[in-house]
Write a protein of this length. Structure first.
Length: 223
């Protein structure tokens, strides 16, 4: 059973582990939603996390809360904060902005709407001039620095599929353990799981849910 972070008559918030899909995969492996509904059959999906991502996952227990939360997500009024361990180092002491529009790629992947060499690096972050793609913005700030890796707090301003993973990879600092967008066999990126954790979600002004950072994140930075 999953660790419950919060529960009331409206919603159920769990600490999703890495390595399990929110919904059923094609191979029929166990998934979060089916397991939760065994004990909480009234549960309704509000948002998703990638299979490899851990942390805060909100489920509605009433149709009213599902509608409320869905509106919040659709209007981009939800504030989400992730911690990721990335390869290499980025500038510390200030918030950086990754402003790179995304397009669907091949085999379920996503890519920046442009060429890597067209990405401009400036003091405030990374951007690209593009007339195509879906606007995608991520804010990043250094949380901890190690010898070959860095822990960063990431705030997705938009909510594109795989946005954080694509943005970090395309600026040259892929998330550790990311086998889809990174090079997981390299020294900097080798890790048994994707080191991306949804640590805090703020829904309107009366709902804030938090999850503690797994110990292995700090171990990965210091390793």
């Amino acid at each position: 059973m999953f660790d419950i972070l919060f529960q009331d008559e409206d919603c159920l918030v769990i600490d999703k582990p890495s390595g399990i899909s929110v919904l059923r995969d094609r191979d029929g492996s166990p998934n979060v939603f089916d397991i939760i509904r065994l004990q909480h059959p009234e549960s309704k999906l509000v948002h998703r996390l990638d299979k490899g991502t851990s942390g805060v996952l909100i489920l509605a227990r009433t149709k009213q809360f599902q509608a409320f939360a869905s509106r919040q997500f659709a209007r981009r009024e939800v504030r989400k904060f992730y911690v990721a361990v990335i390869s290499g180092h980025i500038a510390s002491g200030r918030t950086l902005t990754v402003d790179l529009p995304l397009n669907p790629g091949r085999k379920g992947r996503f890519r920046v709407a442009g060429l890597r060499e067209e990405i401009r690096t400036r003091r405030q972050g990374w951007s690209i001039e593009s007339n195509s793609g879906h606007p995608s913005i991520t804010r990043a700030r250094v949380f901890d620095t190690g010898r070959i890796r860095t822990a960063v707090v990431l705030q997705p301003i938009t909510g594109r599929t795989h946005q954080l993973r694509v943005h970090m990879a395309w600026i040259g600092h892929a998330i550790v353990g990311d086998s889809l967008y990174g090079t997981p066999k390299s020294l900097e990126q080798a890790w048994p799981r994707l080191l991306l954790h949804n640590t805090r979600v703020c829904l309107a002004s009366n709902y804030t849910f938090s999850s503690k950072l797994p110990k292995e994140f700090r171990e990965a930075v210091k390793g």
